[in-house]
Design a binder for this molecule. Structure first.
Ligand SMILES: Cc1ncc(C[n+]2csc(CCOP(=O)(O)OP(=O)(O)O)c2C)c(N)n1
Ligand SMILES: [Mg+2]
Length: 616
């Protein structure tokens, strides 16, 4: 019989988490960077007390909103290229459900996070407890069942010893490049406090390494044959390139074969913006340089991408009917999309083996050279829209230009929703891998500020710049106070166009009336005039409303020397976005309407849909 130690389930859980290790740059570090917690009944007595006991090895951080704290945890994992991650624990009921959206965000973006919501009593004696939703027909259902479809692994812990296999499985999922995503362990309140004689071996220090899977021989041979036959090959770099840390391998491969590269939102910064073969953004928010190549490409090597609609132009962008897609991906689900030749492997390993097999082969030089001309033309267009201006209401692109000029490419730029992701995808000139941090898998309004906080925790020596619209700011801003409290400085640029500008533009593009998006078009007695700078200052930030693009650049220079989170607010034009580049996006327009503008938009929509590849 091995030695045992008597602990509560919560104590066993926190002790276990504090012993899981990984290696970063040759140094052993805890794989969990800490635990975000908002306590209530359902976790304060059990998990709360257990976290206090390990506070030196596994720090606890307090936040203001459970969704936001989970965003911070997820951004921490993303900024760490999935090598380290965090946990987040909530009370039962509303506290738990506040984390469901964040779980979905992590699920869609394939990012590891350990969610530990409190749950009702397993013994059911005090039922119904405060915040318990009673199901009339199912005694086992609780609100935490909402986590099931948005968790890669879900478990409800109803006996203290169940935590042993549950944590083993949790670690497997969190560290597996193919399965990786949110793990939810729903912790019944009474069970958190119940004791068990746990084997001491369960708490031994355990190092974790990410698996780097090498390609299957037959899949590799098929991919090599397809590439050797290519006249117009193109690489799509997705987030998997970054998570594999495959940027050097990618550069070596495409330089050797003369293959141009385009980047998804998740894959932006796979190569630096100024790499000659980097055509930058592809798809709906793509550059003209990348999209022209995508239209013509005959072999598309899609690396580490989910091929979502923004990348494929709603599956209408890749127009070459004889094309072959090669899906180089750690996850078979993604590798085989759109009838791709699957090449299931880690991106770096896959690229190394493809490169070795293709040695000496080069794409036709006319194709490679035409990409350089396309890039030059795009850069001229981009320079025009990002140039400085005296306009009272500059465009998002002009604000992006100002941020880029003032902050350079060395910062980590974070964004998630509104008009900004599209503009930034096209126009931001990213530097090192991971310096562009976009959340465009779920595009969650409210990710930005909390996400910035998580990224800053992962990269404390880096300037983290958050760009956010007024709508997203109003949805979730409270972690500004947390960033001030923790001394984690963010530079936040708020673009105030007085409403949901990008949805208003989408509404107009689909023939709709200007309705319920901009504040002026929404039912009101008083037109809001929100003082964002005063609001941010009330949470302890250094805050300023700037009068112009020049004023923004000056304020950003000053912000670099500030020791605290700085919020800069600028009024912008809600109606302008960058016309250059881009591609059609499938947004369904009503088939029946009494409004001529909708009927016209429907007609155009039906024509555009003819471009879609059906059955591929
Ligand atoms: C949580 C959430 N709710 C709704 C949406 C749909 N949506 C996408 S962008 C947007 C408006 C964002 O407004 P703002 O942050 O001011 O940016 P702008 O569009 O003005 O650039 C909305 C409502 C979303 N992405 N996320
Ligand atoms: Mg707005």
């Amino acid at each position: 019989m091995s030695k045992t130690i008597r602990l509560t389930m919560a104590q066993a859980l926190t002790r276990f988490l504090s012993k899981q290790m990984t290696e970063i740059d040759g140094r052993a570090v805890p794989i969990f960077g800490g635990v975000w917690a908002i306590f209530g009944h359902g976790n304060v007595a059990g998990i709360g007390e257990a976290l206090y006991q390990v506070r030196d090895e596994l720090p606890t951080f307090r936040a203001h909103n459970e969704q936001a704290m989970a965003h911070a945890a997820i951004a921490y994992a993303k900024a760490n290229f999935r090598r380290r991650f965090m946990a987040a624990t909530s009370s039962i009921g509303p506290g738990a459900l506040n984390m469901v959206t964040a779980a979905a965000l992590a699920h869609v973006n394939r990012l590891p996070v350990l969610l530990l919501p409190g749950d009702v009593f397993a013994n059911r004696i005090p039922d119904p407890v405060l915040q318990q939703a009673e199901d009339f027909s199912d005694g086992t259902a609780t609100v935490n069942d909402c986590f099931r479809p948005v968790s890669r692994y879900f478990d409800r812990i109803t006996r203290p010893e169940q935590i042993i296999p549950a944590l083993a499985r949790a670690m497997q999922v969190l560290t597996d490049p193919a399965e990786c995503g949110p793990v939810t362990l729903s912790l019944c309140q009474d069970v958190q406090a119940e004791a068990y004689d746990y084997p001491e071996s369960f708490f031994a220090e355990r190092p974790w390494r990410q698996r780097r899977q090498r390609p299957d021989r037959d899949e590799l041979a098929a991919a090599v044959a397809a590439l050797k036959g290519a006249r117009k090959p193109l690489v799509i770099a997705g987030g998997g390139v970054l998570y594999s840390r495959a940027s050097d391998e990618l550069a070596k491969f495409v330089e050797g074969a003369g293959i141009p590269v385009c980047e998804t939102q998740g894959g932006k910064s796979s190569l630096p913006d100024d790499h000659p073969l980097n055509m930058a953004a592809v798809g709906v928010t793509g550059t003209s340089a990348a999209n022209r190549l995508a239209e013509e490409a005959d072999v598309v090597l899609a690396i580490g991408t989910r091929l979502q609609d923004f990348t494929t132009g709603s599956w209408a962008l890749f127009k070459n009917s004889g094309k072959t897609i090669i899906g180089l991906n750690a996850q078979p689900f993604d590798a085989g999309k759109h009838r791709a030749l699957p090449l299931v492997a880690d991106a770096a390993e896959g690229l190394a083996e493809l490169g070795a097999a293709l040695k000496g082969w080069k794409a036709p030089s006319a194709w490679t050279e035409s990409s350089a001309a396309g890039k030059k033309a795009w850069q001229a267009d981009a320079a025009k829209v990002t140039a400085s201006t005296n306009a009272a209401f500059p465009s998002d692109a002009q604000v992006i230009g100002a941020v880029q000029r003032a902050m350079g490419s060395g910062v980590t730029l974070l964004n998630a929703s509104g008009g900004l992701p599209g503009e930034l995808h096209k126009l931001w000139q990213a530097g090192a891998p991971g310096s562009y941090h976009g959340e465009y898998g779920f595009s969650t309004m409210g990710y930005e500020i909390a996400g910035g906080l998580g990224a800053k925790m992962a990269k404390p020596d880096q300037e983290v710049v958050v760009m956010i619209g007024d709508g997203s700011y109003l949805m979730m801003n409270s972690e500004i106070a947390t960033s001030v409290m923790l001394g984690l400085k963010l530079t936040i640029v708020v673009l105030d166009n007085r409403g949901y500008g990008c949805i208003n533009r989408l509404q107009m593009a689909t023939g709709g009336a200007n309705f319920n998006n901009l504040l002026k078009d929404a039912r009101h007695e008083v037109l809001p005039d929100i003082d964002f700078a005063a609001h941010a200052a009330s949470m302890g930030a250094i805050a300023e409303k700037v009068p112009s693009i020049a004023g923004l650049e000056t304020a950003l220079q000053k912000a670099k020397t500030n020791d605290r989170t700085t919020v800069l607010v600028i009024d912008t034009d809600p109606l302008v976005s960058t016309d250059a580049g881009g591609h059609w996006w499938d947004v369904a327009v009503p088939e029946v309407s009494t409004r001529p503008t909708v009927n016209a938009a429907r007609k155009a929509y039906e024509e555009k849909r003819q471009m879609q590849n059906v059955g591929e």
